[in-house]
Design a protein around this ligand. Structure first.
Ligand code: PHE
Length: 375
């Protein structure tokens, strides 16, 4: 009896000690998130955030039970706002790592701050190659634009049999300038001819000048790698002025808002993308799509899926780092290998993954899956 009660006493002490250490362990791990929640590309931010939240509901803790706390800042789709948000998160909120931003130009403006502070910055969606070039702390979970542009050019030339193209470039977006260039490079190599190149800026609402230029050159196809809002407005006006060509776009087209704003004018619009909810290849992807639909009563967009992958990859990296040390987390992010994400299998080399692209198009007011193209 004496022995038993002594044993019980020791056991109780051990239990309390365990609780004490686990409660000191229960400190949260802070990760900053920078997204365009308002402004001209707000749909991207809203979708990415929904994706991140679904991912967190599936994996709320890291490092054996510590809550992963997300601090979200709105960059309004703006470069200066992004730089400010990244430095606030790093220096005021003292986050262990950052997820964001979306538009390549935005991410490129915040990246030097994270780089200098030795904090991992993981973008869900910025595809311009310069985002990670020469950087040790900037990584992404999406493919890059030399690939995306090539896929678009091959599809247009080989499948749409378009031998001439007009290109509309959004000068305000590094994404658009880069992707247009990569498209043209492959298209010309294939034998295609760029018959017109015209320019615009995010926020423009009148495209009559660009449309006049395009009309006078009779291209077989129009390639316009811009974001959904500009695309939708352009398509409406182009159809009104009698342009009938297929509009080919990039991942920037991939939000429901394109169809809401563009209406009938965007029927036939075809674009390269990261993910199709009906063609998910991984178990995590299937689980994510199901949960997302239950919660939001809609299909997740590519942006939502990429947001989820940024969260999952970050959580996985923190676990592998085994600590909240910023440098260790970055090393772990960059060492991500064979991670079976929502949008595909992610292995990072110098911060970039190599992944498949899908081609989608708008048909009768809905996004439909066309094909998958492997790198
Ligand atoms: N790739 C775009 C950019 O770099 C962002 C984007 C990704 C938009 C995925 C939609 C879907 O700016």
């Amino acid at each position: 009896m004496r022995f038993l009660s002594k044993l019980l006493f020791i056991f109780t002490i051990m239990l309390f000690a365990g609780m004490a250490s686990s409660s000191s362990f229960a400190k949260t791990v802070k990760v900053g998130v920078v997204l365009p929640m308002t402004g001209p590309i707000a749909s991207f931010g809203q979708s990415a955030w929904k994706g991140v939240k679904i991912a967190r509901s599936l994996e709320p803790t890291v490092l054996n039970g510590r809550k992963l706390k997300l601090i979200l800042l709105d960059n309004k789709g703006d470069k200066v706002e992004t730089a400010n948000a990244v430095s606030r998160l790093i220096f005021d909120n003292k986050v262990s790592a950052v997820i964001g931003a979306v538009a390549s130009g935005n991410t490129m403006s915040g990246a030097p701050i994270a780089e200098k502070a030795h904090v991992a910055m993981l973008t869900p969606a910025s595809t311009n190659p310069l985002v990670t070039k020469g950087m040790k702390y900037i990584s992404r979970v999406c493919f890059i634009d030399p690939f995306q542009g090539k896929v678009a050019a091959e599809y247009v030339y080989n499948n749409l049999h378009a031998k001439t193209a007009a290109v509309v470039v959004d000068m305000a977006q590094d994404y658009s300038v880069g992707l247009a260039r990569f498209f043209m490079k492959t298209y010309r190599k294939l034998g295609g001819k760029i018959v017109a190149r015209t320019f615009m800026q995010t926020g423009d609402v009148d495209f009559s000048a660009q449309i006049a230029v395009i009309k006078s050159h009779h291209p077989d196809v129009i390639y316009m790698p811009t974001y959904y809002q500009s695309l939708a407005l352009f398509a409406r006006q182009a159809r009104q002025f009698g342009l009938k060509q297929t509009i080919m776009a990039g991942d920037g087209a991939s939000e429901e808002a394109l169809i809401k704003v563009g209406g009938k004018a965007v029927n036939g619009l075809t674009f390269t993308n990261h993910f199709d909810p009906k063609a998910t290849a991984t178990p995590l992807g299937k689980k994510f799509v199901k949960l997302y639909k239950t919660k939001y009563h809609e299909d997740p967009s590519a942006m939502a899926a990429l947001g989820a992958d940024a969260y999952f990859v970050m959580a996985d990296a923190i676990n592998r780092a085994g600590s909240t040390n910023r440098k260790k987390i970055n090393t772990a992010v960059r060492a991500t290998k064979d991670f079976k994400g929502v949008t595909g299998i992610i292995t990072l080399v110098n911060g970039d993954p190599v992944k498949s692209a899908v081609i989608q198009k708008v048909e009768n007011g809905k996004f439909v899956y066309v094909t998958t193209i492997n790198p």
